[in-house]
Design a protein around this ligand. Structure first.
Ligand code: HEC
Length: 204
């Protein structure tokens, strides 16, 4: 702009000097003024545009940086939250696993205890019921009863059960002495027959 004012000063000075006469100099001066004015105007517009652009750019950089920072902060918070959730899950999982393990071993212990108790009840019931059989079949179940019956020790539980049930029903008479055996098991219930069969099957 300084060219512009400088020029007009010169111009007005020249007008004072020359009076109201339009000389070639004043015409040239006006043209020059117009050129300078336009030039200055363009310069001003340019720098205004540039200023606006760089302001915009700065604002956009600032906005970008803010967005980036916000994103980063958000991501960090999310990550921390994820980690916390993960840790909580892991802790819950560990507690659950420990509880399940404890329950498992408790169940196993109870199961073993119950199974052991049942086994010994069956064994003593079988042993007790066998007392009246030992006279003919032998304490070890290896005597051929009255020289007729095969060795009963070690026969399968299933075979022994079906034979004894048939004697009880009166439908078995393999060696001509089925009636004698019927008398032995006639009043025996199924549970005692089963316990007895298990006991004899385990004789060695
Ligand atoms: C007085 C002797 C005597 C007594 C006591 C006796 N048994 Fe027998 N047992 C026999 C005879 C004899 C036979 C063969 C019966 C037949 O002809 O089928 C036999 C057969 C059996 C058989 C079939 C064996 C086979 O392989 O065919 C079984 C099982 C058996 N007895 C179990 C018992 C049981 C269990 C008792 C006790 C509750 C018992 N017996 C008591 C004499 C006896």
């Amino acid at each position: 702009m300084s060219h512009f004012t400088d020029f007009f000063e010169l111009y007005f000075v020249s007008l004072k000097i020359k009076g109201k006469r339009m000389t070639k100099i004043t015409m040239l001066s006006l043209v020059a003024a117009a050129v300078l004015y336009t030039g200055c105007g363009e310069d001003a517009t340019d720098s205004a545009t540039k200023a606006v652009e760089s302001t915009k750019e700065a604002a956009s950089h600032a906005a970008d940086a803010t967005t980036k920072a916000a994103k980063e902060a958000g991501a960090a918070v999310e990550k921390a939250a994820d980690k916390a959730v993960e840790a909580t899950k892991e802790a819950a999982e560990a507690t659950k696993e420990a509880a399940v393990e404890a329950l498992d071993s408790a169940e196993k212990a109870v199961g073993t205890a119950v199974a052991g108790a049942v086994d010994s009840i069956i064994e003593s019931a079988g042993k007790e019921a066998y007392a009246k059989c030992a006279g003919c079949h032998g304490a070890d179940g290896k005597t051929k009863a009255l020289g007729k019956s095969p060795v009963i020790a070690g026969q399968s539980k299933e075979d022994l059960m079906s034979q004894l049930k048939e004697y009880k029903a009166g439908t078995r008479n393999k060696y001509g002495m089925g009636n004698l055996m019927k008398g032995q098991v006639a009043t025996m219930d199924d549970t005692t027959i089963e316990a007895l069969s298990i006991y004899i099957s385990k004789m060695k």
